[in-house]
Design a protein around this ligand. Structure first.
Ligand code: ARG
Length: 458
């Protein structure tokens, strides 16, 4: 047939394999069948195809589906290969399937159709991680631990407060993926090559049949825009960056003996028999590299492309599919590692006071008693320095000596010895910081409730 002859002219030569996306298109094989069916149904409803023509095409598509992607004839891409297979089954009338469309709007529809399912998987993974963080936080509202800035002991917090800090970040990662889903789930079908079609097509109908929320309003934008890939991949790279921070912390916490990873999430050494290594977390940390690489690859591919379709686009969506697979997997692994890890309450409580981490609490106490905060800071800093020079812990006596020196007055003019002792205790220090969103068990319980409400879990 003429179709075969035209293709022969362009089908040979050393560039054939380079140009073909058939193998990678396996990812959109099922999507292409769905798009073909919706388009064929619309064409018959619009009386562009006869019922018998459409029936034959739909029948052939059944066979193509049953035979699977691997049985497709050779082709430049999955769209061409499926069309060739349909023609092979029912003859030249199979070519009527491609009436009033182009591979340009077709491939854009396929990518969007497949990607939205993948985005839902990614969203579900982030929700599983949030549930894991919440579930673990619930058990550790009272578990005091050190909080760090610059990786130096800073102020005591609780394990629940720490875990919920990541729940809050991942909640925004979920929201970014939901936004990306909304803009991905718009139908480009009917944009044709980029310049529309003279056929009386019904774009709303194909959008509805394929479950898209709406129809893209400009045919040129429909066939060429890939910002939905950029947005999705950016959301994935952002989330992978979140994951890398969480993984890094847990690796450090494991190193300090604060947390023990479950064996299922650990690995050992082939030579050192005593080793238990946090490999799953290290791999999770590394996935930020994959996702950022994918985003860079994608944006670099898209940058400066002229309107409308250019073949460069064939190399765009692979970046997003690679990122979404590995980021979703890493998210589920992180969820599993967090949920199954055990926190060592005693080691954590001991470490919570390290490095005079209650210093800010003492300064706050003095400021609450009426000293200017900067003066209070000076008193506490002086006591810290004195304790450091004798390699001992700061006591009420150190603080009083510092007050005499800095203020020329006793500390007890301002506060009681008992309140000082309380403020020096890491757990009491946590309990006192009950401002909204803070680490005090009362505040954390409210944060927990908000997180649970947002996820609508029990
Ligand atoms: N396989 C191509 C892609 O993934 C779609 C085909 C459009 N080809 C073309 N020469 N207009 O982008």
């Amino acid at each position: 047939s003429e179709t075969v002859i035209r293709r022969d002219r362009f089908s040979g030569g050393p560039a054939r394999g380079f140009m073909s996306s058939l193998q990678a298109d396996e990812r959109i094989f099922a999507a292409d069948l769905a798009v073909d069916r919706a388009h064929t149904l619309m064409l018959v409803e619009q009386e562009i195809l006869s019922e018998s023509e459409a029936g034959a095409i739909l029948g052939a598509l059944e066979t193509v589906e049953a035979d699977g992607h691997s049985a497709l004839p050779d082709g430049e891409d999955v769209h061409e290969a499926i069309e060739s297979a349909v023609i092979g089954h029912i003859g030249p009338d199979g070519g009527k399937m491609h009436t009033a469309r182009s591979r340009n709007d077709e491939v854009a529809a396929c990518i969007r159709y497949q990607l939205r399912a993948d985005i839902i998987d990614a969203i579900e993974a982030t929700i599983a991680l949030r549930e894991g963080l919440i579930e673990t936080a619930r058990k550790h509202v009272e578990t005091t631990m050190p909080g760090y800035t610059h990786l130096q002991p800073a102020q005591p917090i609780t394990v629940a407060h720490y875990l919920l800090s990541y729940e809050a970040t991942v909640a925004r990662d979920t929201a970014r993926l939901v936004d990306a889903y909304d803009r991905t789930n718009q139908s480009p079908l009917g944009g044709a090559a980029f310049a529309g079609t003279p056929f009386d097509i019904d774009r709303e109908r194909t959008a509805e049949l394929l479950g898209f929320d709406g129809v893209m309003r400009n045919s040129m934008d429909s066939s060429s825009a890939r910002d939905f890939l950029a947005e999705t991949t950016a959301a994935l790279a952002t989330h992978a960056t979140t994951l890398s921070g969480l993984a890094e912390d847990l690796i450090i916490f494991a190193n300090k003996g604060f947390v023990d990873l479950a064996d299922a999430y650990s690995s050992t050494s082939s030579i050192m028999p005593q080793k238990k290594n946090p490999d799953t977390l290290e791999l999770t940390r590394a996935v930020a590299g994959d996702a950022t690489g994918a985003l860079t690859g994608l944006l670099t591919t898209l940058k400066g492309l002229p309107r409308a379709y250019n073949r460069d686009l064939q190399r765009a969506h692979g970046h997003t599919f690679e990122a979404i697979d590995v980021v979703s997997e890493a998210t589920l692994i992180a969820a599993g590692a967090v949920t199954t890890a055990s926190w060592n309450d005693e080691i954590l409580a001991d470490a919570a006071g390290d490095g005079f981490s209650t210093a800010t609490g003492i300064a706050d106490l003095l400021a609450m008693a009426g000293l200017p905060f900067r003066t209070a800071h000076e008193v506490v800093a002086d006591a810290a320095e004195a304790a450091e020079s004798t390699d001992s812990k700061v006591t009420a006596a150190n603080l009083d000596a510092a007050a005499q020196k800095v203020l020329g007055e006793s500390l007890y003019e301002y506060v009681t010895a008992e309140s000082i002792e309380d403020a020096l205790d890491p757990h009491q220090s946590v309990v006192s910081r009950d401002s909204q969103g803070g680490p005090a068990p009362t505040a954390v319980t409210e944060t927990l409730e908000k997180a649970v409400d947002e996820l609508q879990i029990a």
